[in-house]
Write a new protein. Structure first.
Length: 222
């Protein structure tokens, strides 16, 4: 499955990215082909379970480095036309650059080989560009409950109180913060920095206010 993002600037500049959901995930890569900030030891997340003896590069950094470089001189508030193609449909929106960048980075992180961010791999398969906060909460909660159903079918103990989900987003806060440190070293403008800062904010908000958001949408289901 492929997802395609095309960013068209008013000055005619076009950035096009085609991301394979099932892309290669090698453990050891040729350092000459990737920037230094993608090395695993460069601002490695303190909660990262990957061993430097087994992995040479950060999976998220490797998967996003071309996008980071492409947007390194793009200002986050700049209006752009964004076309997203999935196998089932197309989406179009004229919006600020960081909205589209946040969407594509979110997809890449969730479908990467990162042991933490890839826990949202199921959501990435059913990617929804430009999702609002309410849509994100709904999709996250639904995906998590579906996972609990499958765990229960396997004879494992499910978590219907979302305690594990809250813990997970605290872990994601750490990942986003340290990925931001990596990208800060690679960016000249602010789009890349703002998008990760926004992802960090969303992770923090969900972990702290999940119960309140679920209460707000309760009337839609009962």
């Amino acid at each position: 499955m492929f997802i395609e993002y095309t960013f068209t600037m008013d000055d005619g500049k076009v950035l096009h990215y085609r991301i394979d959901y099932e892309r290669p995930r090698e453990r050891i890569l040729d350092a000459r082909q990737y920037p230094s900030w993608t090395r695993l030891e460069f601002h490695q997340c303190p909660n990262c379970p990957l061993s430097r003896s087994e992995y040479s590069h950060c999976p998220v950094a490797v998967d996003t480095h071309e996008i980071v470089q492409g947007f390194s001189e793009i200002i986050s508030c700049k209006e752009v036309d964004i076309l997203v193609k999935t196998p089932e449909r197309e989406y179009f929106k004229r919006t600020d650059a960081q909205t589209g960048l946040r969407a594509i980075i979110g997809f890449i992180m969730a479908s990467s080989a990162c042991p933490i961010s890839s826990m949202m791999r199921g959501m990435a398969f059913y990617h929804l560009p430009f999702a609002s906060v309410d849509e994100t909460v709904y999709r996250v909660a639904s995906s998590y409950l579906l996972k609990q159903y499958y765990l229960q079918k396997k004879g494992l103990k499910p978590d219907f109180e979302f305690e594990g989900l809250k813990v997970y987003f605290k872990e994601m806060q750490t990942v986003n913060f340290h990925v931001l440190d990596r990208i800060r070293d690679a960016s000249e403008a602010d789009a890349n920095l703002n998008v990760l800062a926004t992802l960090f904010t969303i992770s923090s908000m969900i972990s702290l206010t999940l119960d309140r958001h679920l209460k707000e949408i309760e009337h839609l289901f009962v």
